[in-house]
Design a protein around this ligand. Structure first.
Ligand SMILES: *Cc1c(COP(=O)(O)O)cnc(C)c1O
Length: 492
């Protein structure tokens, strides 16, 4: 008896001893206030200096300085850590918060999204299943219904807030597989129709989905770099005559390379006639649907089976938020839904989808708040104006660059990506443009990336960040003109 209680006392002492140290994980109000202030000072300085900050930094150690901040038993001070973040992360590589970043499909990062993430992390609501967080799940589904309505999908369509377009494409591909009842023995007979301008995440999704043996039918482009619908039709007809299974057509609502929009509506007719799953990858271009003047380009998007969207592109959110919309709820569930003994307490409600039932994720970041907060705080009007501004800026660039002698452009931008190159009177044009982009990147005030189309080296301007305005395009034009001049005058 005495022995037991002594044992109990010593156990309680041990617990208390550990508790005292473990309590450091739950700092009191004054500690939190100090950290909040330090973070706020840091981010305020970051945002206030964005106008003068580079869009691209090339540090000699390529970020290796952060390796001095390795994990150990001892605690560190926040100001010291913030110094590390500033020098080795924020001021190194591409600066996706900068309006000067016009490479790839650039970032952005709306401020209220950071606050939404803060809220989500503090309450740590579990947004994967309805039962533990009914309001959180309803919020995410409400956002998806808004996107569905925007795309003209029926009310019973469903979807998921994903981490990005790649996972959205994956969800669409596995859902198509279930919807068409495809079995492993058929994989090698599947045909996927796409253009060589399709985003590589589609091929990646196919491989992850086990469909790596499927045949990719690259449909030729017309002279505007759009998928040629006649070619698509004849490719399908040919495959139907052989022992193949026409499976998915992937169209791009804004290609990553050039922002080109495939003929969405005409392809819809082909897909419907041939009973093929029609996926539109609108990761880049989808939210331009908010602009009524683009109604014609989006015609037929309501006829598709699945759509990939990326709020972290044209809704200007910080990275980590994509979306997928799918009409065939049954197939979406068939591809993803599981249950388990330890989930037996869950209570389902008919009208709300559990995000975990329609995605590879179970526990996940509560992405709804980072999306909902800016949309509600700002309303849609500034989003529409910013999107319209981006379209106009890309067209402004397209027009102005042609006024500089020697510069040639690709097709007129469908959305907010333009491509251009300098064609010198003599010598290798590709080599010249490679040097030109290197010079622009070395300057660092703006950042552009390049691509190759049919063996021709092109420089891309992608106007996507909400902080990119007229002054950035003027600066860009000035830098291009001056760097091209310098290259022309140099001997090598
Ligand atoms: C960006 C992009 C993707 C991939 O999306 P992530 O969010 O980077 O995973 C897919 N398709 C297109 C057309 C894109 O522009």
């Amino acid at each position: 008896m005495l022995k037991t209680s002594l044992f109990l006392i010593s156990m309680i002492d041990k617990i208390k001893e550990q508790e005292k140290i473990a309590l450091l994980l739950d700092p009191p109000e004054d500690q939190r206030a100090t950290w909040n202030r330090q973070i706020l000072e840091h981010t305020t300085e970051f945002l206030n200096s964005l106008d003068d900050a580079n869009a691209y930094y090339q540090n000699e150690d390529k970020g290796a300085g952060i390796l001095n901040y390795d994990i150990g038993d001892e605690s560190s001070s926040l100001p010291e850590l913030l110094n590390g973040v500033k020098s080795h992360i924020e001021e190194d590589g591409i600066n996706p918060a900068s309006g000067g970043h016009m490479g790839y499909i650039p970032g952005g990062g709306l401020y209220p999204s950071a606050l939404g993430d803060y809220l989500a992390a503090i309450s740590n609501k579990y947004a994967g299943i309805f039962f533990p967080a009914p309001g959180a799940v309803r919020l995410e589904n409400m956002l998806l219904r808004w996107m569905s309505k925007l795309m003209g999908f029926p009310e019973n369509a469903t979807g998921n807030l994903t981490s990005g377009g790649s996972i959205s494409n994956l969800i669409a591909v596995v859902t198509a597989r279930e919807a068409k009842g495809i079995k492993a023995a058929d994989f090698h007979r599947l045909v996927i129709y796409l253009s060589d301008q399709a985003h590589h995440s589609l091929q990646k999704a196919l491989r992850i989905a086990g469909l790596g043996e499927a045949q990719l039918r690259y449909i030729p482009l017309d002279d505007q770099l759009r998928m040629d619908v006649q070619e698509l039709k004849s490719a399908i007809e040919k495959d139907q005559e052989s022992d193949l299974i026409p499976f998915i057509i992937n169209a791009s609502m804004g290609t990553t390379n050039t922002g080109t929009i495939d003929p969405i509506s005409e392809i819809a007719t082909v897909a419907a006639n041939c009973n093929i799953w029609y996926h539109v990858d609108a990761a880049y271009g989808g939210f331009f649907k908010l602009l009524p003047e683009l109604e014609k380009e989006f015609e037929g998007i309501d006829q598709t089976d699945s759509i990939t969207l990326d709020p972290h592109k044209c809704l200007f959110l910080p990275f980590g938020t994509g979306a997928v919309l799918i009409k065939n709820k049954k197939a979406l569930y068939q591809a993803h839904q599981y249950t388990a003994d330890y989930l037996q307490d869950l209570v389902e409600v008919e009208e709300e989808v559990n995000p975990a039932d329609v995605s590879p994720e179970l526990t996940k970041h509560f992405r709804g708040l980072r999306l909902w907060l800016p949309l509600k705080l700002f309303g849609l009007n500034p989003f529409k104006a910013a999107l319209r501004e981006k379209l106009l800026l890309a067209n402004y660039f397209y027009q102005e660059i042609q006024k500089i002698p020697g510069f040639k452009v690709g097709p007129k931008p469908d959305l907010s990506v333009a491509i251009f190159r300098f064609v010198p009177e003599s010598g290798d044009a590709n080599a010249f443009n490679e040097k030109l982009i290197k010079a622009i990147q070395d300057d660092g005030r703006v950042f552009l990336s390049s691509t190759t189309l049919d063996g021709i080296f092109w420089i891309r301007v992608a106007v996507v960040i909400f902080r990119t305005h007229l002054k950035h395009l003027d600066l860009l034009l000035e830098i291009i003109k001056s760097e091209a001049g310098t290259l022309l005058n140099s001997k090598d």
